[in-house]
Design a protein around this ligand. Structure first.
Ligand code: COI
Length: 357
């Protein structure tokens, strides 16, 4: 399908951030966006890149009422050599299509989405920041647009991609964050939509996150819905624990997000010859290991969060300091390895990185 391009005129262009050290997350968006429409019986049509701006949505659009919305998050990196690189980008669109299946939405054409995204990034290439620790965040999104108030599957959708420069996701940067183990609210149950990247999962997490924030925590760690016993994930990240010499992360049983950074960490840790286990881990085991000095490190993984060390885990009123409240050796080594590949500074034996400019 041809992608029609309408470039922003001078009056539609926005000022670019002047101080990259002050870039937060998700506050600044670039000059253009990519869009494609879908109608049942017709398929995807009208692929286009336009100046970034408002989109008209019918108040009866089904996404607003029944929540058919899915999204992705990925990044483009500018290395010291000036090159712009993507990291495992195709896998984000494959995962988007798994989310689409779960939410009864149409699958996107992965090649079209990749092509639209690349053209968009190249058109807005001056928006890809240059400093280490910054990147261009890419947010592919799809939602139901059909105006209809009965509960059923929508017959019309809009898929779009917006992009913008970002720095660290957490204000702590690489400093360890404090995590509150949530033992009342749950994020997702097996059989629900936990493994899909859909708005509702995030909406249902807000109340617990807000209560934890008021108590001084950065994020909530979720436990399983059935027993409130096993560690699932943290708001925007998958979780890893280093207990003695075993690296442990929760298995993909359907209630947690199959993270691409999670998968990268698993492969790298295995290739480093360490013991890597995808297994159920109870919060009691984590706390016992922390008490016994055997919990060496804890960290979260995610596209936005990269590798985020956890310096404190609080469960049932008790604080447990992890790795002396500092970034552990393994977390730092993984961060350096993954970020090094993303910026084209370290070899990429996995073929994860694609240079586009
Ligand atoms: C990401 O890591 O890209 C995410 O989508 C997490 C969050 C910002 C929702």
């Amino acid at each position: 399908m041809e992608i029609k391009v309408v470039q922003a005129d001078e009056s539609q262009r926005k000022p670019k951030p002047t101080d990259e050290t002050k870039l937060g997350f998700g506050e600044i968006l670039a000059d253009h966006m990519f869009l494609v429409d879908y109608e049942a019986g017709k398929g995807w049509f009208d692929a286009r890149i336009e100046p970034y701006g408002d989109i008209a949505v019918d108040p009866a659009a089904m996404a607003l009422h029944y929540g058919q919305e899915i999204f992705e998050g990925l990044k483009a990196f500018r290395g010291n050599d000036g090159g712009i690189r993507l990291f495992r980008a195709r896998e984000n669109y494959i995962r988007l299509n798994l989310s689409a299946q779960r939410l009864c939405m149409p699958e996107v054409d992965v090649d079209l989405a990749m092509e639209g995204m690349k053209q968009l990034i190249l058109l807005d290439r001056d928006w890809v920041p240059r400093s280490h620790g910054t990147s261009l965040y890419i947010r592919p999104t799809m939602f139901a647009t059909e105006p209809h108030l009965g509960v059923r599957i929508s017959t019309a959708y809009l898929f779009f991609i917006i992009i913008g420069p970002v720095g660290a996701y957490y204000k702590e940067g690489l400093n360890p964050i404090k995590i509150y183990v949530e033992d009342f609210y749950v994020r997702a149950a097996i059989g629900g939509t936990g493994e899909a990247k859909t708005a509702g999962n995030y909406a249902s997490s807000l109340l617990a996150a807000e209560e934890a924030k008021k108590k001084g925590f950065t994020q909530v760690m979720w436990l399983d819905a059935a027993e409130r016993k096993y560690v699932e994930e943290v708001g925007t990240m998958n979780m890893f624990f280093l207990v003695d010499d075993e690296v442990i992360t929760a298995p993909l049983t359907g209630s947690i997000l199959p993270g691409i950074t999670r998968d990268s960490v698993i492969q790298i840790v295995k290739d480093w010859g360490m013991k890597m286990s995808e297994r159920s881990l109870s919060i009691d085991e984590v706390i016992e290991a922390a008490r016994g000095g055997r919990l060496k490190e804890a960290f979260g993984t995610g596209t936005a969060a990269v590798i985020s060390p956890v310096g404190q885990i609080t469960y049932k009123g008790d604080d447990h300091i992890v790795a002396g409240g500092k970034m552990g050796e393994l977390s730092q080594r993984l961060y350096d390895e993954i970020v090094g590949m993303q910026y084209g500074e370290k070899p990429d034996p996995y073929g994860w990185v694609e240079r586009i400019d």
